[in-house]
Design a protein around this ligand. Structure first.
Ligand code: X8Z
Ligand code: ZN
Length: 588
C-alpha cells in the first residue's frame, strides 16, 4: 500500500475505494467489539474484561491506521460524501491509541479496567453490609438526614481513589494517540467532532452557557433558601455554594428528588409519578412498553422481538454488571438492546425514554453507509429520547391512564419546578465534566491538582462545594461513570439545549398552540415524520443541516429552554426578591 502511494499521486477513484474498504473493515470490527463489550457490561469478570479489551484494541488499531492512511487523499478534490467520510475517520474514535502495540494494549486494558472497577464498586461500611451504587443512590434520593447523606456521599467516593494513577496514565497514552493523528491533545480531538474548528466549538458552549446561566442562578438561589429553611445554617448556609450531599443525587447533577423540600406553596400539582407507577403495579418491562408506545404513536415501527429478548431491564442478582443505563446497536441493523437496572420510579421512566431515543435513532439511520451511522452530533443522540420525555406531561399521563385527572393550570409552576430541578440544574454539570477533562488532557490541570481542579469547576459552574474537605488522596471525578468509562460529556449539555429546540419545533409541527410545557406530541404523525426525517439522515450531513430539517434553524439556541421555563423564571424572580443570589468561587 505504502509503496503504491509513493509511486503515483492518489486518485479520486482510489479515495473512493479506500473509503469503501475502510467501512467494511471497521463495520466488522465494530460489531465484534460491541458484542464483546455487551458481554463484559452484563457479566463483569476478568475474562470478559480481557475479551472486550482485545476487541476494542482491534477497532482502535484499525481506525488509527485508516485515519493516518486517509491523509494521503487530503489534497484531492473529492465528492462531498467521500471527503466527509475521510474526515470522520479522524474523529470517530473517543480513544485513539499510539501506534506502538504495547502502549495500545496497555491503554485499552486501563480503559476497560476502569469501567469494571466502577461497575463493581461497593461501599462497605465497617461492620455493615456492602452497598452498591443503586443502594447508595436510593439513600441519596430519599434520606433527609444530613449525617446519613454525608456518609453515603463519602461512601461512594471510596471507590474511585484506586483509579487515580490509572487515569493519569490513561490521559498520557490517549494524548499520545491523539497527537499521532495530528491533534494537540485528546480534548482537542473530542472538540473536533462538531463540523467547526475546536476553538469555535468552545466559544459556542460559552455562548449557550451565558444564555442559560441567569435561569440556573435563579434556581440555585431559590433552592438554597428553601434548603436553608429546612436544614438550618449548619448544613446549608443562606449564602455561598450549596453542599453537594443534600441535593438528592450522588453527583448533585439533577435535583428533582428533593422536590418535596422545595415545592411551591399553593402550586404543588399534588401527584407523584413514582407513586402512580407503583400503584399501577407496573414491572420493568411494562415501563419500557410505555416508552415504545410513545414512539409508535409517532409512526415508528415497534422494536424487534430480539430487543425484548436480549435487553437487560433488571439488575441480575448473581453477577456484577455495569448498571449505568445505555443503548446498544449490536449488528448496526436491528439487533438493538438497552441495558438498565430499572427501578419503578419517575426518574427511570424518564431514562427509559432517553434510552429508547437512542434505539429509534440507531434503527432510523441503519440504511446509511457505516461511517454515517451516527447522530448529527453526539448531542443529538442524547437529546432525542429526552425530547420525547418532555411530552410526558400530566395531560399525557391522563391519556394513557396513569393519572386520573390533570392538575389545574394553577399548578403549572409546581410541574415546571419539578422539571427544572432536573433540566436546569443539570446544565452546569453537563458542561463542567469535560471542562475538567479538557484541562486534564491539555495539562492545565496536572495530576497533582486533579481533585482541586474538579472542585474549582464544580464551584464555579454549579455553585456547589464538597461537604467535607477533599484532598489529592481522593479522585472525585472518577466517582462519575463517564470518567472511568471515557464517555465524552459535553453531549449531555448540548442535548439539554437541543431537546427544547426539538420540542418547540415538533410542537409547532403538531399544530400545538399554547405554552410549551403543556405540549405533548403523543400521537402526532406530523411531528413524527418531521423527527424521522432528521433521524434517517444520521451523520451524513453537517449537524446544522439536520437541525434545519427539524426546526428550520441552523444554530443551537437556548431561547427554547428559556421560553419553556419563562413562567418559572417569573415565579423565581418573585420568590428571590430581597435575597442576595449567586456565590463566589476561586480557581481557573
Ligand atoms: O449517561 C446518561 C444516559 C446514558 S447515555 C443514562 N446520562 C447522563 C448521566 O447519567 O450522567 C443521561 C443524562 C446525563
Ligand atoms: Zn444517552
Amino acid at each position: 500500500m505504502a509503496a503504491a502511494s509513493e509511486t503515483h499521486a492518489p486518485t479520486v477513484e482510489e479515495a473512493q475505494a479506500f473509503v469503501t474498504a475502510a467501512e467494511e473493515r471497521l463495520l466488522r470490527l465494530w460489531i465484534d467489539a460491541e458484542r464483546a463489550a455487551w458481554v463484559q457490561s452484563t457479566f463483569i469478570t476478568t475474562d470478559t474484561e480481557t475479551i472486550a479489551a482485545q476487541a476494542y484494541e482491534k477497532v482502535i488499531a484499525a481506525n488509527v491506521e485508516l485515519a493516518k492512511e486517509a491523509t494521503r487523499f487530503k489534497d484531492l478534490e473529492l465528492p462531498a460524501e467521500v471527503a466527509r467520510k475521510l474526515d470522520l475517520l479522524r474523529t470517530a474514535l473517543v480513544l485513539p491509541a499510539p501506534a506502538d502495540a504495547e502502549k495500545r494494549s496497555e491503554l485499552t486494558r486501563i480503559a476497560t479496567g476502569m469501567e469494571s472497577v466502577y461497575g463493581r464498586g461497593r461501599y462497605c461500611p465497617e461492620g455493615g453490609e456492602c452497598q452498591d451504587l443503586g443502594d447508595l443512590s436510593r439513600t441519596m434520593a430519599s434520606s433527609r438526614d444530613p449525617d446519613e447523606l454525608l456518609e453515603t456521599w463519602l461512601g461512594w467516593r471510596t471507590v474511585s481513589p484506586v483509579m487515580r494513577s490509572s487515569y493519569e496514565r490513561f490521559a498520557e497514552l490517549g494524548n499520545l494517540g491523539a497527537r499521532e493523528l495530528g491533534f494537540d491533545d485528546l480534548g482537542a480531538m473530542w472538540r473536533s467532532a462538531y463540523d467547526m474548528p475546536p476553538d469555535g466549538f468552545r466559544a459556542e458552549l460559552d455562548r449557550l452557557w451565558d444564555q442559560v446561566r441567569p435561569l440556573y442562578e435563579s434556581l440555585h438561589c431559590y433552592v438554597r433558601a428553601r434548603l436553608n429553611e429546612h436544614y438550618g445554617d449548619d448544613v446549608v448556609a443562606a449564602d455561598g455554594q450549596l453542599p453537594a450531599h443534600v441535593l438528592g443525587n450522588m453527583w448533585a447533577q439533577t435535583w428533582s428528588n428533593i422536590y418535596p423540600l422545595v415545592a411551591p406553596e399553593g402550586a404543588d400539582p399534588g401527584f407523584d409519578l413514582t407513586e402512580r407507577l407503583k400503584a399501577a403495579g407496573l414491572d420493568q418491562r411494562e415501563m419500557v412498553r410505555y416508552g415504545e408506545r410513545f414512539f409508535t404513536s409517532l409512526g415508528f415501527e415497534p422494536l424487534p422481538g430480539t430487543f425484548w429478548e436480549r435487553s437487560q431491564f433488571t439488575q441480575p442478582e448473581d453477577r456484577d454488571v455495569v448498571c449505568h443505563a445505555s443503548a446498544w446497536n449490536i449488528d448496526q441493523i436491528e439487533d438493538l438492546r438497552i441495558k438498565m437496572c430499572i427501578e419503578i420510579n419517575a426518574e427511570d421512566f424518564s431514562t427509559i425514554h432517553h434510552e429508547l431515543g437512542h434505539s429509534f435513532y440507531q434503527r432510523a439511520y441503519n440504511q446509511q453507509p457505516p461511517l454515517f451511522r451516527g447522530s448529527a452530533n453526539d448531542g443529538f443522540h442524547e437529546g432525542i429520547g429526552d425530547t420525547v420525555a418532555l411530552s410526558v406531561t400530566p395531560g399525557y399521563l391522563v391519556d394513557i391512564g396513569l393519572l386520573d385527572a390533570a392538575p389545574d393550570v394553577s399548578k403549572d409552576i409546581g410541574v415546571l419546578l419539578g422539571l427544572a430541578l432536573d433540566k436546569v440544574a443539570f446544565l452546569p454539570f453537563g458542561l463542567l465534566v469535560d471542562q475538567w477533562r479538557w484541562r486534564v488532557f491539555s495539562g492545565e490541570i496536572p495530576p497533582a491538582r486533579y481533585n482541586q481542579g474538579w472542585w474549582e469547576l464544580r464551584g464555579r459552574y454549579q455553585g456547589i462545594a464538597p461537604p467535607t474537605e477533599r484532598t489529592e488522596e481522593h479522585f472525585d471525578p472518577g466517582a462519575k461513570y463517564h470518567v472511568p468509562a471515557n464517555t465524552p460529556y459535553t453531549r449531555y449539555f448540548l442535548a439539554h439545549i437541543l431537546q427544547f429546540q426539538f420540542h418547540r419545533a415538533l410542537c409547532a409541527a403538531a399544530g400545538f398552540e399554547g405554552p410549551l410545557h403543556r405540549c405533548s406530541i403523543y400521537g402526532s404523525e406530523a411531528a413524527g415524520s418531521r423527527l424521522v426525517e432528521m433521524l434517517e439522515m444520521g451523520l451524513s450531513r453537517p449537524w446544522p443541516d439536520a437541525l434545519e430539517s427539524i426546526s428550520g434553524e441552523r444554530e443551537m439556541d437556548a431561547t427554547a429552554i428559556l421560553d419553556y421555563f419563562a413562567p418559572l423564571q417569573a415565579f423565581l424572580d418573585e420568590q428571590n426578591q430581597g435575597r442576595s443570589c449567586g456565590w463566589s468561587s476561586t480557581g481557573p
